[in-house]
Design a protein around this ligand. Structure first.
Ligand code: SF4
Length: 441
């Protein structure tokens, strides 16, 4: 109801963008009445829950030490915390626009701090592997139009990215796969029979923590190198004949794709696993066209990698304390810096490290002054020195996000929020830390 008592008119926001997962579906029609999204046409179950659960939020725009404060006071306090710290950390960034990410990296630069994103706890090993091996890549549009052998390795899109199969990878009819699903072969490799396995033509259940061995067996077979039959089965749990069949199918594909997930990147081997899958893809290009893509989770985690890489040359875990970027995962990644009790202040953007970091990291974060910008109330916002409640990207705020294939997509928000955008607050903090930095110089 409007203040006058009448029911607001129904508006349709066409081709809105869902930022819940890395598929970043940009074909959602939102039915909006006032400040309520009533329907999200074409969204999957996760997307619907994302769009339909944004009720009016009455929390103050800013809390300083748990007490309501003005946004300008919050910006002043935040800027001082960051500018006066000796080793400040900027972390999170995967659930906001690329415009905001850019400003957050600038703040890290001005304060001589460290910038890290949630990539360091999901596809960080892939970021390292891309630097070591390179990436043979394609857009999801190319995959939709050309892919005829689709492999999912350590990834369960049926549950994590529900429209992946139908919009991009398995079901769509494409220019060179006119019969859609029947023109494609789907292979799933995982340590357990996930919901996605039901979609597979060929399912490979490998032993846990044996992805590296399985990928190197495939690399050998693709190159025609003999592999010991009993060793292959003992190591991977899958008979050599099945690996040989897969290697042959990969070489015979017209356009093959491997999508890999955290079941590969965060199990034993980590970046060595990612390097193995990228190297296998590179090897396959001696025979046919083959590409490889990580299945990314958060709505704009790919944007975070892109923005941090444009600004610093590295995708995450970057130290700017010496006035030039240094990259060293493990040394400059947020979870490690906090667990070693090194950071003495932090700014967290749209992330909840108090819910998912190790206990030593969580304990240290609680012991230092930190600023948080988040649309949601979380354990991290509740313990913050300065907490800003901000508008939600894609629902209230326009901007740009990057789909998991590095394609930038514009946001078409549904309605304005009573809360400020994180972009405006970050710009305010950036301006103030610059002033403080120039006063110190
Ligand atoms: S697949 Fe992902 S981006 Fe697409 S509607 Fe579902 S949650 Fe949103």
């Amino acid at each position: 109801m409007t203040p006058g008592g009448s029911t607001p008119e129904l508006r349709i926001v066409e081709d809105a963008t869902c930022t819940f997962c890395g598929c970043v579906c940009d074909d959602i029609n939102l039915h909006v009445r006032g400040e309520q999204i009533e329907k999200a046409e074409r969204a999957c179950v996760l997307g619907k829950s994302w769009f339909l659960n944004h009720d009016r939020d009455e929390r103050p725009d800013c809390l300083i030490e748990g007490r309501p404060a003005s946004v300008s006071d919050g910006i002043e306090r935040a800027a001082r915390i960051l500018a006066e710290a000796r080793y400040p950390l900027v972390y999170g960034l995967s659930d906001t626009t690329s415009e905001s990410q850019r400003v957050a990296v600038s703040i890290a630069d001005w304060i001589g701090g460290l910038v890290d994103t949630t990539t360091s706890v999901c596809h960080g090993p892939s970021g390292m592997a891309f630097q070591g091996v390179g990436e043979v890549t394609a857009s999801l549009g190319e995959i939709r139009n050309r892919g005829d052998l689709i492999v999912f390795w350590g990834s369960n899109p049926a549950e994590s990215h529900p429209r992946h199969f139908t919009k991009y990878s398995l079901m769509p009819k494409g220019l060179f796969v006119p019969n859609g699903r029947s023109d494609r072969t789907c292979v799933i490799v995982d340590v357990r029979r996930t919901k996605s396995a039901k979609a597979a033509d060929l399912f490979f259940q490998i032993k846990p923590r044996k992805d590296f061995e399985a990928l190197w067996i495939l690399r050998a077979l693709v190159q025609g190198i003999a592999v010991d039959e009993s060793l292959a089965e003992r190591e991977t749990g899958v008979p050599l004949a099945r690996w040989q069949d897969l290697a042959d199918r990969m070489k015979a594909a017209r356009f093959g794709v491997i999508f890999f997930g955290m079941g590969l990147t965060m199990t034993r081997g980590k970046h060595a696993n990612s390097e193995a899958v990228l190297a296998l893809t590179r090897d396959l290009n001696q025979f046919t066209r083959f590409v490889c893509k990580p299945n990314r989770g958060h709505g704009n985690v790919t944007g975070a990698d892109n923005v941090v890489a444009w600004r610093t040359g590295y995708p995450f875990g970057v130290n700017l304390a010496r006035g030039f970027p240094r990259f060293n995962p493990g040394e400059y990644t947020a979870a490690d810096v906090l667990a070693r009790r090194e950071a003495d202040a932090a700014m967290i953007v749209a992330s909840d490290p108090l819910a998912n970091f190790s206990q030593p990291a969580r304990e240290h974060l609680r012991s230092i002054p930190y600023v948080v910008l988040d649309p949601k109330e979380t354990p991290t916002t509740r313990a913050a020195t300065v907490a800003f409640t901000v508008a939600t990207y894609g629902i209230h705020v326009a901007g740009t996000v990057y789909r998991m294939d590095d394609v930038p997509i514009p946001l078409r928000p549904a309605y304005a929020s009573s809360h400020p955008s994180d972009y405006d607050i970050l710009k305010g903090i950036e301006s103030r830390v610059r002033q403080l930095a120039s006063q110190r110089a």
